[in-house]
Write a protein that binds this ligand. Structure first.
Ligand code: ADP
Ligand code: GN1
Ligand code: MG
Length: 363
């Protein structure tokens, strides 16, 4: 019996089919179908414990945020006037929120968000507005949760200066051949290494402060209802933790405004679409304006630029290190992904004036 099938039956004995699902770069995700008259499904995931060394903290955070959000929606009766669901933790038949197999793999199950789909990239303003709204709603619903209630599931996540430090260590070992693409990436990073502290500097100067963040709100983690076209959920809650909401805003923008998507091999054609940027930010602000401070808008442009740059830096470092972090399908995969993010960063830089005008008009 395959390990994922054995894991699925820990959560329900009526499993008929388990198949790989989604395109995540970190965990392994499977869709489980149950033997029942109804079309019942759930999701199981093998958490990547080299990335998340304490997966039980993820489960604890998930419980805290689910209770908080359910409380706000059901007890406080905040009326959002649309479908919105959080993936629920499912228990094993023994009543545990996870199962560890004989290879020490950590498995958890969550409810399947029915009748929805996610997109690897988006190319229309309506979807972009929905992606922004989903992130805004998530931030809004958690904006009154004391940030110290959550554990840090992934130390150093989105602290760009730490990624730079790690890059310098890895790069010093000089393991790969200096092709023109490799040299381009190295120069690209060097030219931006001082600026790359921008959000951490803002935090140390108390211009920005920690709140509850999603950590990974790229567009394929936002689920869109098949019928209404509206966002219904935001999944992949492993990196929900204290941090700057700018990491999230930047990540949503860098993933939502790149029509070619982060997996394209036509990296030279990658552009940051400012129309989509406007839609995402309008969707976000339509709800987030309730808790945003004036200073928050001052760093939105930097956030988009930084998160694209940071992801390029992370992909490139992983390439130099021999592909130890992100799942890859060929040896140059992380190099190709890095080039995409650096081209995107360049496009953001060349459209700075327009992006800043969009941000100004939000006020
Ligand atoms: P990873 O951490 O590897 O990215 P995710 O939690 O994002 O894993 O899951 C991978 C993909 O599976 C998501 O991008 C989403 O499309 C889909 N997915 C995950 N959880 C659910 C769910 N509860 N309901 C429906 N789809 C889901
Ligand atoms: C990873 O797991 P997934 O595919 O949703 C990564 C994100 C990156 C993203 C790039 C925990 O997200 O930080 O932005 O790949 N998650 C982690 O696609 O490192
Ligand atoms: Mg994901």
């Amino acid at each position: 019996m395959k390990d994922f099938f054995r894991a699925a039956v820990q959560f329900d004995s009526n499993v008929v089919e388990v198949k790989e699902y989604g395109n995540g770069n970190i965990n392994s995700t499977f869709l489980v179908s149950l033997d029942s008259c109804e079309d019942k499904k759930f999701i199981i995931q093998r958490i990547n414990t080299s990335v998340f060394p304490q997966p039980e903290l993820i489960m604890k955070n998930m419980r805290i945020i689910s209770e908080h959000i359910n409380g706000r929606l059901n007890v406080e009766s905040i009326e959002i006037g649309r479908r919105w669901e959080m993936p629920q933790i499912l228990l094993t038949r023994e009543g545990q929120d996870h199962w560890v197999d004989q290879n020490s793999s950590f498995w958890r199950a969550i409810s399947f968000i029915e009748n929805s789909e996610s997109f690897e990239s988006i190319n229309n303003p309506g979807l972009a507005t929905e992606a922004g709204y989903a992130l805004g709603l998530f931030h809004y619903l958690l904006s009154d949760l004391p940030v110290n209630k959550l554990s840090d599931t992934l130390k150093g996540f989105h602290i760009t200066p730490l990624y730079l430090r790690h890059y310098n260590e890895v790069q010093g070992k000089g393991k790969v051949k200096k092709t023109p693409e490799v040299s381009y990436c190295m120069k690209f990073i060097e030219d931006r290494s001082t600026w790359a502290h921008v959000l951490e500097n803002a935090r140390s100067q108390n211009k920005l402060s920690n709140r509850t963040i999603h950590g990974d709100p790229k567009v394929n983690n936002i689920l869109i209802d098949n019928n209404s076209g509206q966002a219904v959920s935001i999944v992949d809650l492993d990196t929900v933790k204290p941090g700057l909401i700018h990491y999230d805003i930047g990540d949503c923008l860098r993933s939502g405004c790149n029509v070619l998507g982060e997996e394209t091999d036509s990296w030279e054609g990658v552009e940051f679409e400012t129309d989509l940027c406007e839609s995402i930010l309008k969707g976000y602000h339509s709800i987030a304006s309730q808790f945003l401070a004036k200073e928050d808008n001052d760093y939105i442009y930097d956030a988009a630029r930084l998160l694209a740059f940071e992801l390029g830096l992370r992909f490139f470092t992983d390439y130099l290190e021999g592909n130890v972090y992100f799942k890859t399908v060929h040896p140059e995969h992380n190099l190709q992904r890095a080039l995409v993010q650096f081209k995107l960063t360049e496009s953001i830089e060349s459209r700075a004036e327009l992006i800043n005008a969009i941000i100004r008009d939000l006020k």
